[in-house]
Design a protein around this ligand. Structure first.
Ligand code: NAP
Length: 320
């Protein structure tokens, strides 16, 4: 089979297609014929060797795939060959024609959800759900700022937040992204590339401030976020790419809190809840993964450049 293999950590150019043996499912494992693989920013950190988790080389990147079950190993009862599934991490990597996964790493993909959409489920929707439900204690009626709403996690957060009864404010850095965030349900949108936009956000709350902020770029925005918070406001750090100086007094005056998490540390019970919520949301139409770009597998280097570039528009996926 064809698979992207990384032989050394480095820039996007280390992502190259290789011919490798197709894996065989062992007991409790399934083989997925990958029809689309989701590209997430952390795939680039891992490829660089900058991520806390360093895979043994060579490795195939990617945790989010969608496709059909090709074969099942001994004892697998949950799925059978031909079933449509999405993956929540795999054993052998998603950027490939086939991926091996444990039985409990695959979940049903409804007919009405395309494979490309399915490749945008686990990390984006799992992260947004756990942020809102497990870490932010989001309550209906609260005001939520999704700081970076035009990408994979942001769009998922907009859609989840609307189902929870929050007033949603989303930011993006392009007019296309702003339109998308609005279309997917944000009540107000602001351009985070424009000077003075935080003041405009504060005005939109009537000066009261924001109850909850989901932050996609904390190293740039955390200081500003604290100034935007309402009394007992919370910032949930989802994305961060460096250090930042903040004034802790902003927290004291508001009895505010900053929290962070990683999806990887979600418990088994939290993961089960996330997948159940995804299944319900796909079924009732409140979750609608947005695919902005589909690229062939060989263009993985370009996908890694694009996913970090400004102008996000939902997900970027690779088609093996
Ligand atoms: P993505 O699809 O690449 O989207 C990135 C988002 O950040 C876009 O909405 C982008 O907006 C926005 N952004 C760019 N500059 C910004 C700024 N100055 N202020 C606010 N937002 C800005 O990435 P993603 O998949 O949504 O992930 C978002 C972040 O969360 C990444 O850093 C990722 O590594 C992290 N993450 C963390 C976890 C976790 O477990 N904690 C899980 C998943 C993702 P424009 O392009 O429109 O400017």
């Amino acid at each position: 089979m064809k698979a992207i293999q990384v032989y050394q950590f480095g820039g996007p150019e280390v992502l190259a297609v290789h011919e490798v043996p197709t894996p065989k499912p062992g007991p409790g494992e399934v083989l997925v014929r990958v029809r689309a693989a989701g590209v997430n920013p952390y795939d680039t950190y891992m490829r660089n060797g900058a991520y806390p988790v360093k895979p043994a080389l060579p490795y195939t990147p990617g945790s989010d795939a969608a496709g059909t079950i090709e074969a099942v190993g001994e004892g697998v009862a949950k799925v059978k060959p031909g079933d449509r599934v999405y993956t929540a991490t795999t054993l052998t990597g998603a950027y490939a024609e086939y991926a091996l996964a444990r039985e409990n790493q695959v979940y049903p993909l409804p007919e009405k959800i395309s494979f490309s959409q399915g490749a945008g489920l686990w990390v984006p929707y799992g992260t947004a759900y756990t942020a809102l439900r497990h870490h932010a204690d989001a309550r209906a009626g609260e005001t939520l700022l999704i700081h970076g709403a035009s990408g994979g996690v942001g769009i998922a957060a907009v859609q989840w937040a609307r189902t929870l009864g929050l007033t949603v404010i989303g930011t993006a850095g392009s007019s296309r992204g702003l339109e998308l965030v609005k279309k997917e349900g944000a009540h107000h949108v602001f351009d985070h590339s424009k000077a003075g936009y935080p003041e405009d956000i504060l005005k939109a709350t009537g000066g009261r401030g924001i109850d909850l902020i989901l932050e996609m770029l904390a190293n740039v925005n955390l200081g500003t976020d604290l100034k935007l918070l309402a009394f007992r406001g919370r910032v949930i750090v989802i994305g961060n790419r460096g250090e930042i100086t903040i004034n802790p007094r902003e927290l004291m005056a508001r009895r505010a809190a900053v929290r962070g998490f990683t999806l990887w540390a979600a418990t088994e019970a939290e993961c089960a809840e996330i997948h159940a919520a995804i299944a319900a949301g796909l079924e009732n139409g409140t979750l609608r993964p947005i695919v902005g770009k589909e690229l062939p597998l060989k263009d993985a280097p370009q996908a890694h450049i694009d996913v970090l570039a400004p102008g996000a528009f939902g997900k970027i996926v690779l088609i093996p």
